[in-house]
Ligand binder design. Structure first.
Ligand code: HEM
Length: 496
């Protein structure tokens, strides 16, 4: 009899433990994901284009997926519904950025906006940038500068049109956006060699690459000091290049005094710093970190967007014709496009959306970071997970889009879907608290450059290449560019 009580007690204890274990397991249910390997986790599954690899893997494991990169837990988000949960429903939990070696070394210890951790400093800085540097008033104040740069750009292409030679459009557009960004941020153009013998574009692109390549120091923090990939060395060297150059820019501004009506971004930040009225610490390091943010965020994003839009137009001549027809009707062939025309170019706006659907230039956004443990859609999301929103996968989700692989701007006729972060099936600028604060400026630049190029010139692929043979391979970085430059032959089409 006594033995019976003993076994009964054992069974109750075991059953109780199993139930509580099961409950705990249920509470801690991580999202599904592929099988990993010891130490690396799933790092070995990422190749040259991680957004494409993650898209492929998510097809087997679902829209909320768990992957371990070294010691770091990652949640990969690949559908509009899942993106809404992370960027809207639980936005506050995921509004931070993970610790990041590149931002630590290159962006003055993560003092910039893009990689700044969520907290009072980031909130204040974001408010300052939105109100002082990226307001409609400020953006409009640079309109004459944009017009002037575009005129010079069209003139330089007219030369190539006269000779009927192919131009490297990728390079030309990158130079144009670099010059526009320099004038907006610094108030003037600097010579390429003022920053480094490689010039602006190359230096900024190197920063983007260093920020995007999988860095063992981010995934195995104890390995950071060993610098096995040689990345820290490169980052420190690049940080010095930026610091020396930005110090020179600040000195130039201090020496020049007041710039009158159109204050560039450095002027505005310097006057905030000198006024001493800022509610938070704001010294030269902050001015330099924001300078780099504004430059890096506006140069490559706009250039890559224009590149992908023109590539799709060249691959789809019928769409190109429709854009031209619309421009003829709205603008006419006697003048160039003005910013005030942009809102009437409805078909062009559909082309822009359709290109961003297939080619979001920041396909994985910038990683978000779980500030606390939480439960999303029944899954446990551990504190300090990185949240990777794959907008490349979302734009190709067959549940959200009919014929997702086809380039069809007409799909937006009568649709209210836009790119401003309210429609989670199309997120080229992100959404929520960390969504892009430069969206208004970015869209003006992109639509203006594309419409000008299509309006002023007819474009032909070199060597009579059939449109569908145009190579569309991608080169992954924080901003995904074409793997090969876009070459095309212009002929001028305006009447004067
Ligand atoms: C066409 C051009 C642009 C595209 C496609 C673009 C896209 C993006 C994306 C996808 C993000 C990340 C959102 C997230 O992580 O949730 C972002 C963040 C950001 N963008 Fe843009 N962007 C563009 C232009 C600009 C411009 C012109 C500026 C400013 C001059 C700018 C400044 C920023 C900043 C500061 C952030 C970080 C915001 C934060 O973390 O709080 N962007 N952008």
């Amino acid at each position: 009899m006594e033995l019976g009580w003993f076994w009964l007690t054992v069974m109750v204890v075991v059953a109780g433990s199993l139930v509580s274990l099961a409950r705990r397991k249920k509470m801690k249910r991580l999202p599904p994901g592929p099988k990993g390997v010891p130490i690396l986790g799933h790092l070995h599954m990422l190749g040259k284009n991680p957004h494409q690899d993650l898209h492929r893997i998510a097809k087997d494991h679902g829209p909320i997926m768990y992957m371990q990169f070294g010691f770091v837990p990652n949640i990969v988000v690949s559908s509009p519904e899942a993106a809404e949960l992370f960027l809207k429903t639980h936005d506050l939990v995921f509004a931070s950025r993970p610790p990041h070696q590149a931002a630590k070394y290159i962006s003055w210890d993560q003092r910039n906006l893009s990689f700044g951790a969520y907290g009072p400093y980031w909130r204040n800085m974001r408010k300052l940038c939105t109100l002082e540097l990226l307001s409609t008033l400020k953006i409009n104040s640079f309109q004459p500068m944009r017009r002037e740069e575009l005129r010079l750009f069209v003139e330089s292409l007219k030369g190539a049109a006269g000779e009927r030679v192919a131009v490297d459009l990728s390079d030309k557009v990158a130079s144009l956006t670099a010059e526009m960004s320099c004038r907006m941020v610094f108030g003037k153009k600097y010579d390429d060699q003022d920053i480094d013998e490689r010039g602006f574009k190359k230096v900024i692109q190197e920063g983007m690459k260093l920020a995007a390549v999988p860095n063992l120091g981010d995934y195995f923090p104890f390995l950071g000091v060993l610098d096995l990939q040689g990345l820290t060395r490169k980052m420190k060297a690049l940080a010095k290049v930026f610091d020396d150059f930005f110090e020179k820019v600040i000195e130039d501004h201090v020496g020049a005094g007041d710039h009158g009506e159109t204050k560039d971004i450095v002027d505005t930040m310097m006057s905030i710093m000198q006024s001493g009225e800022c509610e938070f610490q704001f010294d030269r390091r902050h001015v330099k970190a924001i300078m780099l943010d504004m430059l890096a965020a506006s140069m490559d994003t706009a250039a890559a967007s224009v590149d992908w839009i023109l590539s799709e137009l060249l691959r789809n001549p019928a769409v190109m014709e429709k854009v031209k027809k619309e421009l003829e009707q709205v603008v006419g062939l006697k003048r160039m496009v003005e910013e005030s025309d942009l809102d009437r170019l409805e078909y062009l706006n559909m082309v822009v959306k359709e290109t961003y659907r297939l080619h979001p230039v920041a396909p994985l956004l910038i990683p978000h970071y779980a500030r606390e443990e939480s439960t999303v859609d029944g899954y446990n999301i551990p504190k300090e997970s990185r949240i990777i929103v794959n907008t490349y996968a979302i734009g190709r989700d067959p549940n959200a889009w009919t014929d997702p692989e086809k380039f069809l701007p007409e799909r937006f006729v009568g649709s209210d879907i836009d790119v401003r972060g309210q429609h989670f099936q199309l997120l080229p600028f992100g959404s929520g608290r960390r969504g892009c604060p430069g969206i208004q400026l970015g869209l003006i630049q992109v639509r203006l450059i594309v419409s000008q190029l299509v309006h002023c010139f007819d474009w032909q692929l070199p060597n009579d290449m059939p449109p569908k043979e145009l190579n569309m391979d991608e080169d992954f970085s924080l901003v995904v560019t074409r793997a090969n430059p876009l070459m095309a032959i212009p002929s001028f089409r305006l009447q004067n």
